[in-house]
Design a protein. Structure first.
Length: 276
């Protein structure tokens, strides 16, 4: 089951990940590798195709033709056969397993596979090389850096997929996001935002939702509630002051919204509560 880039971003943002190794592998040309046909894969993987071509066949049915820049994510517990092409196949593989996932909220299973494509530019190739180097080092600092590099790789891949799927609307929605974040204290409406880009409100909302996974006003409210949460944690401002600072003149309306989105009343926010 493939996931959208937004679903994957949410998954990696909220699910603890344990890394088990990063490998650079070369498969000889015109070979069939069946090591996981009778012994299913034990871990999830992020596979980055670097050179050549190969076909990954999962459970004797789901197939992915991998060429440079193609990415596979997931695949734990699956039967796998890899058939390399005429020029062989070189790829980077990062093994991981999720931990502590909330099954009620998380619809992604470890065996799910997502496929996407990126451009193998120097920045991405350097990131892959740094990840491989960090994984090979016995230094604990490098091990810590390995986690950071893994998430950087995931982020870069998902951003590339977001751009690939929204080439035409990318500049508009990116600007709209920046505008919302800079003007969130103002009385923004869907019509006002759409007019800024000379678009019909319904079409603007469609483009924004396709790009971010949520509608523009919902995005605005989430952003406001997150800002309010940050300021309430400082214990320096009253609920009414925080409400006013993010654009709500009525503190009672703000309190109802805050509890809806954060699960706690603003007066009860403390450092032990980390709702997002």
């Amino acid at each position: 089951m493939s996931q959208t880039y937004e679903e994957l971003a949410q998954y990696f943002a909220t699910t603890p990940i344990q890394l088990f190794g990063v490998y650079l592998t070369w498969l000889e040309s015109n070979r069939t590798y069946s090591g996981h046909v009778h012994k299913p894969t034990a871990k999830c993987g992020v596979i980055v195709a670097l050179e050549g071509e190969a076909t990954f066949v999962f459970d004797e049915g789901e197939q992915f033709v991998m060429k440079p820049g193609h990415i596979l994510i997931g695949g734990a517990g699956r039967q796998l056969q890899v058939i390399s092409g005429t020029n062989g196949f070189r790829y980077c593989l990062a093994h991981y397993l999720p931990g502590g996932a909330d099954e009620k909220k998380d619809h992604r299973r470890p065996g799910d596979i997502s496929s996407m494509e990126v451009t193998l530019n120097p920045e991405l190739l350097t990131l892959v090389e740094q990840l491989l180097n960090a994984a090979s080092s016995p230094d604990s600092m490098d091990k810590l850096n390995q986690r950071s590099l893994f998430y950087q790789l995931i982020t870069k891949v998902l951003k590339a997929e977001r751009y690939h799927q929204n080439k035409d609307s990318y500049p508009v929605i990116e600007d709209a996001i920046r505008y919302i974040q800079s003007h969130f204290t103002e009385p923004l409406t869907l019509t006002k935002l759409a007019d800024r880009y000379q678009l019909k409100p319904k079409y603007f909302s469609y483009l924004f939702t396709k790009y971010t996974g949520t509608g523009p006003i919902e995005y605005l409210i989430h952003y406001r509630m997150n800002k309010a949460h940050e300021w309430l944690l400082t214990k320096r401002f009253s609920v009414a002051a925080v409400a006013k600072s993010i654009g709500y003149s009525d503190p009672y309306y703000f309190s109802r919204l805050f509890k809806k989105y954060k699960g706690v009343a603003p007066s009860q926010v403390d450092l032990d509560r980390t709702e997002s």
